[in-house]
Design a protein around this ligand. Sequence first.
Ligand SMILES: C[S@@+](CC[C@H](N)C(=O)[O-])C[C@H]1O[C@@H](n2cnc3c(N)ncnc32)[C@H](O)[C@@H]1O
Length: 327
Amino acid sequence: ETSTCPPTPLLLPTCAYPPEPYTIERSPGKGLGVFSRADLTPGTIILREPAILSITPPAISKGTGYPMPMISSLVREAYEQLSEAAQHAVLNLHFHVFPGELENGHGWEEPLGYIFRTNAYNTGEGIALFPKIARINHSCRPNAGYYWDGNTGQRVVYASRHIAAGDEVFDSYIPLLLPRHRRHERLERYGFTCSCPTCMLSGSLLSRSDRRRDDIAMAFMAFKARMDLLKPNSSSELREARRDAAWSLELVDWVEREGLVDYFAQAYKIVAVSHARVGDWEMASVWANKGFERRVLEYSGSGWAAEMGELTRGFIERWKEELGVGK
Ligand SMILES: C[S@@+](CC[C@H](N)C(=O)[O-])C[C@H]1O[C@@H](n2cnc3c(N)ncnc32)[C@H](O)[C@@H]1O
């Protein structure tokens, strides 16, 4: 069971898992779900899958939705090209319809459009269905992340934290830096109310979590404006930069407490850059390296991993200069 490695390379140099470290089973209250068959360390690839049906949607202006009848007919066209087995796999997918929607006649009289709305993911060029990945349920504290690998034309799902054998694999369908009521609004189109550990909090624990997610979103925005690496020019600017550096560590604490693994790298980068601004090259190097490790774990071939690697190398050079080593 554990001897054969998958044909596609794992990020990890050794393969201690069965070829497919997941299974698709019933998940109580959630329909089908994907479950881990082994203890998975962060970064382990769980699933790679090419699209079974893909469309290139028309360009839309930001903030407006796709014209649904048009999407529906693009999906229908693509569906007609599929083999019978592939058509069967598509029609087998779960879909959500709002009461009365089927009768309203907005061009979605058949399930294809609804199947697409409930299950499709973005690829580099379009929107597509992946029948196995479509079985992954949502959590606001997910244990899996994903990316589109344009080189192989596959969507890749990886463990973003440790997943024990038998655990359900969850990704997130929505942005997570929102309080619970706003996350639930975003999830309405999927027809369920999330009951993940974060959504099940109540009283002061829930308000704390909601506030933290809001605060993290605001802190990310505030830091974005200060990531220019300019050295402080006056004693007041230096004081402010030192305050930022201390605050950045608090931001990491919030992100880690919320278990928002998808945002760790972003928070670590903020700590690194904030400490670089005040000339603390040791802290800058250590935190940039943490961010780099995280980016590599998420997707070693990404531009973000390359960028974080560059930043880390630069900070380490400055640290070495300060220590007078490597000359
Ligand atoms: C992309 S599908 C996921 C796989 C689906 N469970 C199935 O049986 O095919 C999305 C649907 O799964 C269900 N779902 C996903 N996450 C859920 C959750 N946290 N709690 C309850 N239902 C969930 C909802 O019915 C949703 O419309």
